[in-house]
Design a protein around this ligand. Structure first.
Ligand code: NAD
Length: 479
Protein backbone atom coordinates (compact mmCIF):
# COMPACT_ATOMS: atom_id res chain seq x y z
CA UNK A 1 0.00 0.00 0.00
CA UNK A 2 1.39 3.42 -0.93
CA UNK A 3 1.81 5.84 1.93
CA UNK A 4 -0.70 8.71 1.66
CA UNK A 5 1.08 12.04 2.00
CA UNK A 6 -0.11 15.18 3.76
CA UNK A 7 0.25 18.82 2.75
CA UNK A 8 2.83 21.38 3.88
CA UNK A 9 3.40 24.60 1.92
CA UNK A 10 1.30 23.26 -0.99
CA UNK A 11 3.64 20.28 -1.28
CA UNK A 12 2.66 16.68 -0.54
CA UNK A 13 5.06 15.02 1.92
CA UNK A 14 5.05 11.59 3.59
CA UNK A 15 6.60 12.88 6.82
CA UNK A 16 9.29 11.72 9.20
CA UNK A 17 6.97 9.85 11.58
CA UNK A 18 5.90 6.21 11.51
CA UNK A 19 3.13 5.67 8.88
CA UNK A 20 -0.12 4.29 10.29
CA UNK A 21 -3.13 2.40 9.01
CA UNK A 22 -6.62 3.79 8.70
CA UNK A 23 -9.20 1.02 8.71
CA UNK A 24 -12.86 0.57 7.92
CA UNK A 25 -14.83 -0.11 11.12
CA UNK A 26 -17.59 -1.87 9.12
CA UNK A 27 -15.34 -4.89 8.49
CA UNK A 28 -11.85 -4.14 9.84
CA UNK A 29 -10.30 -3.92 6.35
CA UNK A 30 -7.35 -1.61 5.81
CA UNK A 31 -8.33 1.51 3.88
CA UNK A 32 -5.04 3.35 3.65
CA UNK A 33 -1.53 3.67 4.98
CA UNK A 34 -1.07 7.29 6.02
CA UNK A 35 2.21 9.13 6.48
CA UNK A 36 2.77 10.66 9.90
CA UNK A 37 4.37 13.98 10.74
CA UNK A 38 7.21 14.31 13.23
CA UNK A 39 8.41 17.41 15.10
CA UNK A 40 10.45 18.57 12.07
CA UNK A 41 7.35 18.38 9.85
CA UNK A 42 5.32 20.39 12.37
CA UNK A 43 8.12 22.94 12.42
CA UNK A 44 8.12 23.09 8.60
CA UNK A 45 4.31 23.53 8.59
CA UNK A 46 4.56 26.38 11.11
CA UNK A 47 7.28 28.04 9.01
CA UNK A 48 5.12 27.77 5.89
CA UNK A 49 2.04 29.08 7.72
CA UNK A 50 4.02 32.08 9.04
CA UNK A 51 5.35 32.91 5.59
CA UNK A 52 1.82 32.68 4.19
CA UNK A 53 0.73 35.45 6.55
CA UNK A 54 3.35 37.74 5.02
CA UNK A 55 2.64 36.72 1.43
CA UNK A 56 0.82 39.58 -0.35
CA UNK A 57 -1.07 36.94 -2.38
CA UNK A 58 -2.90 36.05 0.86
CA UNK A 59 -2.31 38.98 3.24
CA UNK A 60 -3.48 41.65 0.82
CA UNK A 61 -6.63 39.95 -0.45
CA UNK A 62 -9.67 42.14 -0.06
CA UNK A 63 -12.60 40.56 1.82
CA UNK A 64 -14.53 39.83 -1.38
CA UNK A 65 -11.47 38.14 -2.88
CA UNK A 66 -11.05 35.94 0.19
CA UNK A 67 -14.79 35.23 0.08
CA UNK A 68 -14.46 34.13 -3.54
CA UNK A 69 -11.87 31.52 -2.53
CA UNK A 70 -14.15 30.25 0.23
CA UNK A 71 -17.05 29.99 -2.22
CA UNK A 72 -14.79 28.06 -4.56
CA UNK A 73 -13.97 25.58 -1.78
CA UNK A 74 -17.71 25.18 -1.08
CA UNK A 75 -18.33 24.48 -4.77
CA UNK A 76 -15.53 21.92 -4.92
CA UNK A 77 -16.91 20.14 -1.85
CA UNK A 78 -20.36 20.05 -3.44
CA UNK A 79 -18.98 18.85 -6.78
CA UNK A 80 -17.25 15.90 -5.09
CA UNK A 81 -19.89 15.30 -2.42
CA UNK A 82 -20.70 11.67 -3.20
CA UNK A 83 -17.02 10.60 -3.08
CA UNK A 84 -16.42 12.57 0.09
CA UNK A 85 -19.51 11.12 1.77
CA UNK A 86 -18.42 7.59 0.86
CA UNK A 87 -14.88 8.25 2.08
CA UNK A 88 -16.07 9.52 5.44
CA UNK A 89 -18.47 6.56 5.66
CA UNK A 90 -15.63 4.09 5.08
CA UNK A 91 -13.31 5.89 7.48
CA UNK A 92 -15.69 6.37 10.42
CA UNK A 93 -18.69 4.10 9.86
CA UNK A 94 -21.49 6.67 9.86
CA UNK A 95 -24.33 5.94 7.45
CA UNK A 96 -24.01 7.16 3.89
CA UNK A 97 -27.22 9.12 4.41
CA UNK A 98 -25.72 11.00 7.36
CA UNK A 99 -22.37 11.49 5.61
CA UNK A 100 -24.10 13.11 2.62
CA UNK A 101 -25.72 15.62 4.98
CA UNK A 102 -22.40 16.25 6.72
CA UNK A 103 -20.64 17.04 3.41
CA UNK A 104 -23.45 19.43 2.46
CA UNK A 105 -23.05 21.12 5.86
CA UNK A 106 -19.29 21.41 5.31
CA UNK A 107 -19.83 23.15 1.96
CA UNK A 108 -22.44 25.43 3.55
CA UNK A 109 -19.95 26.43 6.28
CA UNK A 110 -17.58 27.79 3.64
CA UNK A 111 -20.39 29.74 1.96
CA UNK A 112 -21.60 31.12 5.28
CA UNK A 113 -18.14 32.31 6.34
CA UNK A 114 -17.59 33.79 2.87
CA UNK A 115 -20.64 35.96 3.61
CA UNK A 116 -19.38 36.79 7.12
CA UNK A 117 -16.01 37.72 5.66
CA UNK A 118 -17.57 40.15 3.19
CA UNK A 119 -19.95 41.76 5.64
CA UNK A 120 -17.70 41.89 8.72
CA UNK A 121 -17.15 45.38 10.11
CA UNK A 122 -14.86 47.19 12.50
CA UNK A 123 -16.20 49.81 14.92
CA UNK A 124 -16.01 53.54 15.25
CA UNK A 125 -16.93 54.37 18.86
CA UNK A 126 -17.85 57.99 19.70
CA UNK A 127 -14.81 60.30 19.73
CA UNK A 128 -13.41 61.76 22.95
CA UNK A 129 -12.71 65.36 22.03
CA UNK A 130 -10.07 65.44 19.36
CA UNK A 131 -9.20 61.75 19.75
CA UNK A 132 -10.94 59.30 17.41
CA UNK A 133 -10.79 55.69 18.51
CA UNK A 134 -11.18 53.06 15.81
CA UNK A 135 -11.53 49.32 16.50
CA UNK A 136 -10.14 47.03 13.84
CA UNK A 137 -9.98 43.23 13.85
CA UNK A 138 -6.83 41.52 12.65
CA UNK A 139 -6.02 37.87 12.00
CA UNK A 140 -4.70 36.13 15.12
CA UNK A 141 -1.99 34.52 12.95
CA UNK A 142 -1.12 30.83 12.65
CA UNK A 143 -3.97 28.67 13.96
CA UNK A 144 -3.37 25.06 14.99
CA UNK A 145 -6.64 23.13 14.57
CA UNK A 146 -6.99 19.69 16.15
CA UNK A 147 -10.07 17.56 15.44
CA UNK A 148 -11.72 14.29 16.57
CA UNK A 149 -13.05 11.35 14.58
CA UNK A 150 -16.81 11.58 14.88
CA UNK A 151 -17.72 13.95 12.01
CA UNK A 152 -14.44 14.91 10.35
CA UNK A 153 -15.77 16.54 7.19
CA UNK A 154 -17.99 19.01 9.07
CA UNK A 155 -15.86 19.58 12.15
CA UNK A 156 -12.80 20.30 10.01
CA UNK A 157 -14.77 22.64 7.72
CA UNK A 158 -16.07 24.45 10.82
CA UNK A 159 -12.48 25.32 11.68
CA UNK A 160 -11.02 25.86 8.21
CA UNK A 161 -13.79 28.21 7.00
CA UNK A 162 -13.79 30.84 9.80
CA UNK A 163 -10.00 30.66 10.26
CA UNK A 164 -9.47 31.42 6.56
CA UNK A 165 -12.31 33.96 6.40
CA UNK A 166 -10.51 35.88 9.15
CA UNK A 167 -7.31 35.96 7.06
CA UNK A 168 -5.24 33.51 9.11
CA UNK A 169 -3.22 30.51 8.02
CA UNK A 170 -3.95 27.08 9.45
CA UNK A 171 -2.31 23.79 10.32
CA UNK A 172 -4.97 21.10 10.64
CA UNK A 173 -4.22 17.93 12.62
CA UNK A 174 -7.07 15.45 12.11
CA UNK A 175 -7.74 12.45 14.31
CA UNK A 176 -5.49 9.49 13.61
CA UNK A 177 -8.67 7.34 13.63
CA UNK A 178 -10.15 9.19 10.61
CA UNK A 179 -7.25 10.89 8.80
CA UNK A 180 -8.54 10.68 5.22
CA UNK A 181 -11.06 13.51 4.90
CA UNK A 182 -8.52 16.14 6.01
CA UNK A 183 -6.33 15.09 3.07
CA UNK A 184 -9.30 15.81 0.81
CA UNK A 185 -9.74 19.22 2.44
CA UNK A 186 -6.04 19.82 1.63
CA UNK A 187 -6.51 18.70 -1.98
CA UNK A 188 -9.52 20.99 -2.38
CA UNK A 189 -7.67 23.96 -0.85
CA UNK A 190 -4.91 23.40 -3.42
CA UNK A 191 -7.42 23.12 -6.24
CA UNK A 192 -9.19 26.28 -5.11
CA UNK A 193 -5.92 28.14 -5.56
CA UNK A 194 -4.96 29.04 -2.00
CA UNK A 195 -1.38 30.33 -1.83
CA UNK A 196 1.32 28.06 -0.32
CA UNK A 197 1.24 27.62 3.45
CA UNK A 198 -2.28 28.99 3.97
CA UNK A 199 -3.74 25.51 4.54
CA UNK A 200 -1.45 22.79 5.86
CA UNK A 201 -2.50 19.36 7.06
CA UNK A 202 -0.26 17.24 9.30
CA UNK A 203 -1.36 13.64 9.86
CA UNK A 204 -0.54 11.69 13.01
CA UNK A 205 -1.52 11.03 16.59
CA UNK A 206 -1.50 12.88 19.90
CA UNK A 207 2.26 13.58 19.68
CA UNK A 208 1.71 15.64 16.54
CA UNK A 209 -1.10 17.52 18.30
CA UNK A 210 1.19 18.16 21.28
CA UNK A 211 3.98 19.43 19.01
CA UNK A 212 1.51 21.87 17.47
CA UNK A 213 0.23 23.13 20.83
CA UNK A 214 3.77 23.56 22.19
CA UNK A 215 5.22 25.25 19.10
CA UNK A 216 6.01 28.92 19.79
CA UNK A 217 5.11 29.85 16.19
CA UNK A 218 1.48 28.73 16.58
CA UNK A 219 -0.54 31.73 17.73
CA UNK A 220 -3.80 30.00 18.68
CA UNK A 221 -5.16 26.49 19.15
CA UNK A 222 -8.67 25.50 18.15
CA UNK A 223 -9.47 22.06 19.51
CA UNK A 224 -12.47 19.75 19.30
CA UNK A 225 -12.25 16.51 21.22
CA UNK A 226 -12.40 14.96 24.67
CA UNK A 227 -12.46 16.99 27.88
CA UNK A 228 -9.33 15.28 29.27
CA UNK A 229 -7.33 16.14 26.15
CA UNK A 230 -8.80 19.66 26.14
CA UNK A 231 -7.67 20.16 29.71
CA UNK A 232 -4.10 19.01 28.87
CA UNK A 233 -4.06 21.40 25.90
CA UNK A 234 -5.37 24.28 28.01
CA UNK A 235 -2.66 23.62 30.61
CA UNK A 236 0.14 23.81 28.03
CA UNK A 237 -1.48 26.76 26.27
CA UNK A 238 -1.80 28.50 29.65
CA UNK A 239 1.92 28.05 30.24
CA UNK A 240 2.59 29.64 26.85
CA UNK A 241 -0.22 32.23 27.22
CA UNK A 242 -1.66 31.04 23.94
CA UNK A 243 -5.38 31.56 23.24
CA UNK A 244 -7.45 28.41 22.91
CA UNK A 245 -10.90 27.55 21.63
CA UNK A 246 -12.10 24.27 23.14
CA UNK A 247 -15.14 22.25 22.02
CA UNK A 248 -15.27 19.32 24.41
CA UNK A 249 -17.47 16.53 25.70
CA UNK A 250 -21.00 16.38 27.05
CA UNK A 251 -23.50 14.40 29.08
CA UNK A 252 -26.57 16.22 27.92
CA UNK A 253 -29.97 15.92 29.59
CA UNK A 254 -32.98 15.36 27.36
CA UNK A 255 -36.01 16.15 29.53
CA UNK A 256 -39.55 14.87 29.08
CA UNK A 257 -42.33 16.53 31.08
CA UNK A 258 -45.70 14.88 31.65
CA UNK A 259 -47.44 17.31 29.28
CA UNK A 260 -45.12 16.54 26.34
CA UNK A 261 -46.37 15.11 23.05
CA UNK A 262 -45.37 11.53 23.87
CA UNK A 263 -44.82 10.27 20.33
CA UNK A 264 -42.61 13.25 19.44
CA UNK A 265 -40.69 13.05 22.71
CA UNK A 266 -39.95 9.35 22.26
CA UNK A 267 -38.74 9.89 18.70
CA UNK A 268 -36.75 12.99 19.65
CA UNK A 269 -35.12 11.30 22.63
CA UNK A 270 -34.39 8.15 20.60
CA UNK A 271 -32.76 10.02 17.71
CA UNK A 272 -31.05 12.33 20.20
CA UNK A 273 -29.00 9.46 21.60
CA UNK A 274 -28.95 6.70 18.98
CA UNK A 275 -28.32 8.64 15.74
CA UNK A 276 -24.72 8.41 14.59
CA UNK A 277 -24.26 5.60 17.11
CA UNK A 278 -24.38 8.17 19.92
CA UNK A 279 -20.93 9.36 18.83
CA UNK A 280 -21.87 12.97 19.17
CA UNK A 281 -20.78 15.50 21.77
CA UNK A 282 -24.41 16.71 21.96
CA UNK A 283 -25.97 13.25 22.31
CA UNK A 284 -28.88 13.33 24.79
CA UNK A 285 -27.41 10.56 26.90
CA UNK A 286 -29.30 11.26 30.16
CA UNK A 287 -33.03 11.08 29.50
CA UNK A 288 -34.97 12.59 32.40
CA UNK A 289 -38.63 11.60 32.51
CA UNK A 290 -41.39 12.85 34.80
CA UNK A 291 -42.03 9.90 37.10
CA UNK A 292 -45.78 9.99 36.39
CA UNK A 293 -45.27 9.04 32.72
CA UNK A 294 -42.25 6.79 33.24
CA UNK A 295 -43.80 3.45 32.24
CA UNK A 296 -45.38 4.77 29.06
CA UNK A 297 -42.18 6.56 28.00
CA UNK A 298 -39.94 3.60 28.76
CA UNK A 299 -42.10 1.29 26.68
CA UNK A 300 -42.09 3.80 23.81
CA UNK A 301 -38.31 4.23 23.84
CA UNK A 302 -37.73 0.49 24.15
CA UNK A 303 -39.82 -0.08 21.00
CA UNK A 304 -37.98 2.77 19.23
CA UNK A 305 -34.57 1.27 20.10
CA UNK A 306 -35.58 -2.23 19.07
CA UNK A 307 -36.68 -0.93 15.67
CA UNK A 308 -33.51 1.12 15.22
CA UNK A 309 -31.85 -0.68 12.32
CA UNK A 310 -28.17 -1.37 12.79
CA UNK A 311 -26.42 -2.44 9.61
CA UNK A 312 -23.91 -1.72 6.85
CA UNK A 313 -23.59 2.05 6.58
CA UNK A 314 -24.12 2.15 2.80
CA UNK A 315 -27.54 0.45 3.01
CA UNK A 316 -30.32 2.99 2.59
CA UNK A 317 -32.44 1.28 5.27
CA UNK A 318 -29.73 1.47 7.94
CA UNK A 319 -30.31 3.86 10.85
CA UNK A 320 -26.89 3.37 12.40
CA UNK A 321 -23.64 1.79 11.17
CA UNK A 322 -20.66 0.53 13.15
CA UNK A 323 -18.94 2.69 15.75
CA UNK A 324 -15.87 4.51 14.48
CA UNK A 325 -13.30 1.96 15.66
CA UNK A 326 -13.04 -1.39 17.37
CA UNK A 327 -11.23 0.21 20.30
CA UNK A 328 -14.13 2.60 20.76
CA UNK A 329 -16.70 -0.21 20.52
CA UNK A 330 -14.80 -2.02 23.31
CA UNK A 331 -14.89 1.14 25.40
CA UNK A 332 -18.67 1.51 24.97
CA UNK A 333 -19.10 -2.15 25.88
CA UNK A 334 -16.98 -1.62 28.99
CA UNK A 335 -19.21 1.29 30.08
CA UNK A 336 -22.31 -0.88 29.78
CA UNK A 337 -20.60 -3.47 31.99
CA UNK A 338 -19.78 -0.73 34.50
CA UNK A 339 -23.49 0.19 34.44
CA UNK A 340 -24.47 -3.42 35.06
CA UNK A 341 -22.00 -3.52 37.94
CA UNK A 342 -23.63 -0.39 39.37
CA UNK A 343 -26.99 -2.19 39.32
CA UNK A 344 -28.45 -0.97 36.03
CA UNK A 345 -31.19 -2.94 34.32
CA UNK A 346 -30.55 -3.36 30.59
CA UNK A 347 -33.91 -2.92 28.85
CA UNK A 348 -32.62 -3.55 25.35
CA UNK A 349 -29.25 -3.89 23.59
CA UNK A 350 -26.26 -4.34 25.86
CA UNK A 351 -24.36 -6.89 23.76
CA UNK A 352 -22.45 -6.68 20.48
CA UNK A 353 -24.09 -8.51 17.56
CA UNK A 354 -22.72 -12.04 17.30
CA UNK A 355 -23.79 -13.12 13.81
CA UNK A 356 -23.21 -12.48 10.16
CA UNK A 357 -21.84 -9.29 8.66
CA UNK A 358 -22.28 -7.34 11.88
CA UNK A 359 -19.98 -9.62 13.87
CA UNK A 360 -17.06 -8.56 11.63
CA UNK A 361 -17.50 -4.85 12.29
CA UNK A 362 -17.35 -2.51 15.29
CA UNK A 363 -21.13 -2.64 15.75
CA UNK A 364 -22.99 -1.98 18.98
CA UNK A 365 -26.79 -1.77 19.24
CA UNK A 366 -29.05 0.89 20.71
CA UNK A 367 -28.98 0.23 24.45
CA UNK A 368 -31.21 1.49 27.26
CA UNK A 369 -30.35 1.34 30.94
CA UNK A 370 -32.62 2.11 33.88
CA UNK A 371 -32.61 1.70 37.62
CA UNK A 372 -29.70 4.02 38.45
CA UNK A 373 -29.57 7.51 39.89
CA UNK A 374 -27.75 10.48 38.43
CA UNK A 375 -24.67 9.95 40.63
CA UNK A 376 -23.79 6.62 38.93
CA UNK A 377 -20.59 6.61 36.88
CA UNK A 378 -22.42 5.94 33.63
CA UNK A 379 -24.66 8.95 34.32
CA UNK A 380 -21.68 11.20 34.91
CA UNK A 381 -19.06 10.06 32.39
CA UNK A 382 -19.31 10.55 28.66
CA UNK A 383 -19.80 7.18 26.93
CA UNK A 384 -19.99 8.58 23.37
CA UNK A 385 -21.98 5.56 22.22
CA UNK A 386 -25.60 4.46 21.66
CA UNK A 387 -26.30 4.10 25.37
CA UNK A 388 -29.22 5.94 26.99
CA UNK A 389 -29.81 6.10 30.71
CA UNK A 390 -33.40 6.88 31.72
CA UNK A 391 -33.73 8.76 35.01
CA UNK A 392 -36.94 9.76 36.84
CA UNK A 393 -37.65 13.21 38.23
CA UNK A 394 -40.29 14.68 40.50
CA UNK A 395 -41.13 18.31 39.74
CA UNK A 396 -39.19 21.11 38.09
CA UNK A 397 -36.81 21.91 40.96
CA UNK A 398 -35.70 18.31 41.30
CA UNK A 399 -35.25 18.14 37.52
CA UNK A 400 -33.11 21.26 37.28
CA UNK A 401 -30.92 20.15 40.15
CA UNK A 402 -30.32 16.74 38.59
CA UNK A 403 -29.91 18.02 35.03
CA UNK A 404 -27.25 20.51 36.17
CA UNK A 405 -25.51 17.96 38.38
CA UNK A 406 -22.72 17.20 35.89
CA UNK A 407 -19.33 18.66 35.07
CA UNK A 408 -20.55 19.14 31.50
CA UNK A 409 -22.75 21.84 29.98
CA UNK A 410 -22.95 21.37 26.25
CA UNK A 411 -26.63 20.93 25.39
CA UNK A 412 -30.09 19.96 26.65
CA UNK A 413 -33.55 19.14 25.29
CA UNK A 414 -36.90 20.05 26.85
CA UNK A 415 -40.16 18.36 25.81
CA UNK A 416 -43.28 20.11 27.10
CA UNK A 417 -46.42 21.83 25.82
CA UNK A 418 -46.13 24.62 28.42
CA UNK A 419 -44.15 27.48 26.86
CA UNK A 420 -43.59 29.20 30.20
CA UNK A 421 -42.03 26.07 31.62
CA UNK A 422 -39.94 25.61 28.47
CA UNK A 423 -38.53 29.11 28.91
CA UNK A 424 -37.88 28.70 32.66
CA UNK A 425 -36.09 25.40 32.21
CA UNK A 426 -34.15 26.62 29.15
CA UNK A 427 -32.82 29.53 31.21
CA UNK A 428 -32.05 27.41 34.28
CA UNK A 429 -30.02 24.70 32.54
CA UNK A 430 -26.34 25.57 32.35
CA UNK A 431 -25.56 24.53 28.79
CA UNK A 432 -24.55 26.23 25.53
CA UNK A 433 -27.45 24.93 23.42
CA UNK A 434 -31.06 24.20 24.46
CA UNK A 435 -33.63 22.57 22.20
CA UNK A 436 -37.35 22.93 22.94
CA UNK A 437 -39.53 20.16 21.49
CA UNK A 438 -36.73 19.23 19.12
CA UNK A 439 -33.19 17.91 19.44
CA UNK A 440 -29.85 18.05 17.58
CA UNK A 441 -30.93 20.88 15.29
CA UNK A 442 -28.06 23.10 14.29
CA UNK A 443 -27.68 26.33 12.39
CA UNK A 444 -24.33 27.70 11.26
CA UNK A 445 -25.66 31.15 12.22
CA UNK A 446 -25.94 30.31 15.94
CA UNK A 447 -23.09 30.12 18.44
CA UNK A 448 -22.05 26.63 19.46
CA UNK A 449 -20.01 25.68 22.51
CA UNK A 450 -20.13 24.61 26.09
CA UNK A 451 -20.54 25.82 29.66
CA UNK A 452 -18.36 24.30 32.40
CA UNK A 453 -16.06 21.47 31.26
CA UNK A 454 -17.73 21.26 27.85
CA UNK A 455 -15.47 23.95 26.53
CA UNK A 456 -14.21 27.47 26.14
CA UNK A 457 -15.37 29.88 23.43
CA UNK A 458 -17.94 29.48 20.67
CA UNK A 459 -17.79 28.31 17.08
CA UNK A 460 -20.25 29.27 14.32
CA UNK A 461 -22.17 32.52 13.90
CA UNK A 462 -20.56 35.92 13.43
CA UNK A 463 -18.50 35.47 16.58
CA UNK A 464 -17.20 32.23 15.06
CA UNK A 465 -15.00 34.30 12.76
CA UNK A 466 -14.21 36.99 15.32
CA UNK A 467 -12.90 34.24 17.61
CA UNK A 468 -9.92 33.95 15.24
CA UNK A 469 -9.19 37.68 15.25
CA UNK A 470 -7.44 40.07 17.59
CA UNK A 471 -9.29 43.34 18.23
CA UNK A 472 -7.03 46.37 18.03
CA UNK A 473 -7.86 49.90 19.23
CA UNK A 474 -6.31 52.72 17.22
CA UNK A 475 -6.53 56.27 18.61
CA UNK A 476 -6.33 58.97 16.01
CA UNK A 477 -5.59 62.55 17.10
CA UNK A 478 -7.46 65.17 15.05
CA UNK A 479 -5.83 67.98 17.00
P1 NAD B 1 -9.52 13.01 21.74
O1 NAD B 1 -9.51 14.09 22.72
O2 NAD B 1 -8.99 11.68 22.14
O3 NAD B 1 -8.69 13.40 20.43
C1 NAD B 1 -8.99 14.55 19.67
C2 NAD B 1 -7.78 14.99 18.90
O4 NAD B 1 -6.75 15.41 19.80
C3 NAD B 1 -7.15 13.91 18.02
O5 NAD B 1 -6.77 14.52 16.81
C4 NAD B 1 -5.93 13.49 18.84
O6 NAD B 1 -4.87 12.96 18.05
C5 NAD B 1 -5.51 14.80 19.48
N1 NAD B 1 -4.75 14.70 20.72
C6 NAD B 1 -4.73 13.69 21.63
N2 NAD B 1 -3.96 14.04 22.69
C7 NAD B 1 -3.47 15.27 22.45
C8 NAD B 1 -2.65 16.18 23.18
N3 NAD B 1 -2.16 15.89 24.39
N4 NAD B 1 -2.37 17.38 22.63
C9 NAD B 1 -2.88 17.73 21.43
N5 NAD B 1 -3.67 16.91 20.69
C10 NAD B 1 -3.98 15.70 21.19
O7 NAD B 1 -11.03 12.90 21.24
P2 NAD B 1 -11.67 11.82 20.28
O8 NAD B 1 -11.74 10.53 21.03
O9 NAD B 1 -10.98 11.88 18.96
O10 NAD B 1 -13.13 12.42 20.08
C11 NAD B 1 -14.18 12.20 20.95
C12 NAD B 1 -14.37 13.39 21.87
O11 NAD B 1 -14.58 14.59 21.14
C13 NAD B 1 -15.59 13.25 22.75
O12 NAD B 1 -15.28 13.57 24.09
C14 NAD B 1 -16.57 14.27 22.20
O13 NAD B 1 -17.51 14.74 23.11
C15 NAD B 1 -15.65 15.33 21.71
N6 NAD B 1 -16.32 16.15 20.67
C16 NAD B 1 -16.69 17.42 21.00
C17 NAD B 1 -17.36 18.20 20.06
C18 NAD B 1 -17.79 19.62 20.38
O14 NAD B 1 -17.98 20.38 19.44
N7 NAD B 1 -17.95 20.01 21.62
C19 NAD B 1 -17.62 17.69 18.79
C20 NAD B 1 -17.23 16.39 18.52
C21 NAD B 1 -16.56 15.64 19.47
Amino acid sequence: MDVQPFLIDNTWVTGGGEPFVSSNPADGSELAMVGSADAADVDAAVGAAKRALENPAWRDLKPHERARLLHRIGELLDADSENLARLQMRDNGKTLRECRVLVAEAAASFRYFAAVCETFEGELPPPRGDNWPVTVYEPVGVVGAITPWNSPVTLEAQKLAPVLAAGNSIILKPSEVTPLIALEHARIALEAGLPPGVVNVVSGGGDVGRALVGHPGVDMISFTGGTKTGSAIAEEAGRLLKPVMLELGGKSPNIVFADADMAKAVKGAGNGIFSGGGQSCIAGSRIFVDETIMDEFVEGLRAFAQNYRIGPPEDEGTDTGPLASFAHRDRVEEFVEIGRGEGAKVLTGGARPADGVLAKGAYYPATILTGLDNSARICQEEIFGPVAVILPFKGEDDLIEQANDTVYGLAAGVWTSDYRRAWRVARAIRAGTIWINTYKQSAITSPFGGFKQSGLGREKGLQGMRAYMEPKAIYWSMD
